[in-house]
Design a binder for this molecule. Structure first.
Ligand SMILES: [Zn+2]
Ligand SMILES: [Zn+2]
Length: 486
């Protein structure tokens, strides 16, 4: 074993996982058939050389590396982790349903990058959409479809794609890079340059929110705003799960954008990837935007507040009338209230007065409100959020029965809000965006919550169901949000 080989291997390891310390790297190398007996001291000095080479290529070191270098120069780290440091740092290799670290090591030795579980997917030419995956057999909700190791990854930021391009050019598996990475689509760009390919195929990692990564086989899923599969990923690994039952021959689709975005927001994000989405949801929403639907009191029909809809409408189920002009006026009141809440005057107002002013508007957003305002609208969600915050502020400053009442109102507002939030995910997918799940998690962990709040049980169940479906575990992974992982 030459020092050169050791330095090369270390360079690859730190390029993929820049945060690894020398102890973790030592543990990693000892698992490698090429370096079974490497000593800690040799790893330390080779690491210094590897970093010097990397700095020459990548420019100034970031703070984390600087810190690590200082630590390395000092010898052992200030806190002795008893050799457990490596284990703690490998959390991003431990996704539910994924192979063990040892099995993944075997993948790497054999040049294997991904596995399609039970041959459940076939890559096929989809008319008008390039290549995509079809279900090769019938798939059950929650099934794991694909497991893949990251080809490259980086912390999010301005040098993200440059970092990844450097990793690609240094990749051990040059054949996979040439044949698979370079054949990925490059969106709007005509140049087919590596950086365009990366821009078009790299996504933020679902449970490692400060990182993005390239998963080559996973990148070949086509997009739909009503996806039937979800990509759960860290900087190192991706696991793709079915969000519902999928019949043989049906296309398996993931969403490249948050599904709770409205039509215009989704379309403009997708335009940067060079296409105009024409999925069933986009077609449906172009005809009748869910942002302007007002539910009838019977729960079986929705009126439309959209400009081109009839001024007077009648429910086909229960015959209730709807006056669009009145509905528009009610919605304008919601918008005005939101505008006021953004002014300094609102911040100086007595919270009890704000509650008095906002509460009647909340009733306009309830199911069954006569000529109400559309609930699945960002303005409506904003109003409910402001009112909920006012109630919570009151609860903090009150005691006894007044406190209990204010908290009851807070949860009632949030219940209405979370329902509206669900509606904006569209009705043809079970995917729930991370922002929604983080909101549920925060509500469940509200320090003022009492077991008597019945809504908590429902939310607990919703969070559990969504986490099992998307992450294969009952709890929200800490890495989905920076403030949850602290
Ligand atoms: Zn779409
Ligand atoms: Zn009705």
């Amino acid at each position: 074993m030459s020092d050169h080989a050791l330095v090369c291997r270390l360079r690859t390891l730190i390029a993929v996982e820049p945060g690894l310390g020398y102890r973790a790297l030592h543990a990693r190398l000892k698992e490698d058939p090429e370096f079974p007996n490497v000593g800690l001291k040799r790893v330390q000095s080779a690491l210094q050389q590897a970093r010097e080479v990397q700095d020459d290529l990548a420019g100034p070191v970031d703070q984390q590396q600087q810190h690590q270098q200082q630590q390395d120069q000092l010898g052992s780290p200030p806190i002795d982790t008893g050799g457990q440091e490596g284990l703690a740092e490998e959390w991003h290799l431990q996704l539910p349903g994924a192979p063990t670290a040892q099995e993944l090591q075997g993948w790497r030795c054999r040049g294997k990058h991904f596995e399609i579980k039970g041959s459940c997917l076939t890559l096929a030419v989809i008319p008008g959409r390039g290549k995509g995956y079809l279900a090769a057999k019938s798939i059950k909700k929650g099934d794991i479809l694909l497991i893949e190791t990251a080809f490259c990854s980086s912390t999010l930021g301005p040098s993200e794609f440059i970092d990844m391009a450097i990793q690609c050019n240094r990749a051990e598996d040059a054949a996979f890079f040439r044949d698979e990475v370079m054949s990925l689509t490059c969106g709007a760009s005509q140049h087919h340059a590596l950086e365009d390919i990366l821009q078009n195929n790299v996504y933020q990692c679902s449970r490692d929110c400060e990182y993005s990564a390239l998963f080559v086989a996973t990148a070949r899923f086509n997009h739909a705003c009503c996806p039937n599969a979800f990509v759960d990923s860290t900087r190192a690994l991706a696991v793709v799960r079915a969000l519902g039952d999928i019949s043989e021959g049906e296309e398996v689709l993931t969403s490249y954008v948050p599904v709770s975005d409205v039509l215009e927001a989704r379309q403009s994000k997708l335009a940067t990837k060079g296409f105009l989405c024409a999925c069933s949801r986009c077609q449906e929403e172009a005809l009748a935007s869910p942002c302007f639907l007002v539910p009838c009191r019977c729960g079986n029909f929705q009126f439309s507040m959209q400009d081109d809809s009839l001024p007077l409408q009648e429910c086909v189920g229960c015959g209730s009338p709807y006056d669009r002009a009145k509905s528009v006026l009610n919605f304008a009141e919601v918008q005005q209230a939101n505008e006021f809440m953004r002014t300094p005057a609102a911040a100086q107002s007595d919270t009890r007065h704000l509650v008095q002013n906002l509460s009647p508007l909340r009733d306009l957003l309830a199911v069954g409100a006569q000529d109400g305002a559309p609930p699945a609208n960002t303005e409506s969600i904003q109003l409910l959020n402001s009112l909920a915050n006012c109630h919570r502020f009151c609860a903090v400053h009150l005691t006894g029965q007044h406190h209990t009442t204010a908290m009851g109102e807070f949860f009632a507002c949030k219940a209405q809000l979370m329902h509206a939030y669900e509606l904006i995910h569209g009705r043809n997918t079970t995917q729930r965006d991370l922002s929604y799940l983080i909101n549920l998690h925060r509500l469940l962990n509200d320090e003022l919550a009492q077991p008597s709040h019945a809504i908590l049980e429902l939310w607990k169940q919703k969070l559990l169901d969504a986490c099992m479906l998307q992450f294969g575990q009952p709890l929200l992974p800490p890495g989905v949000s920076a403030d949850l992982s602290k």
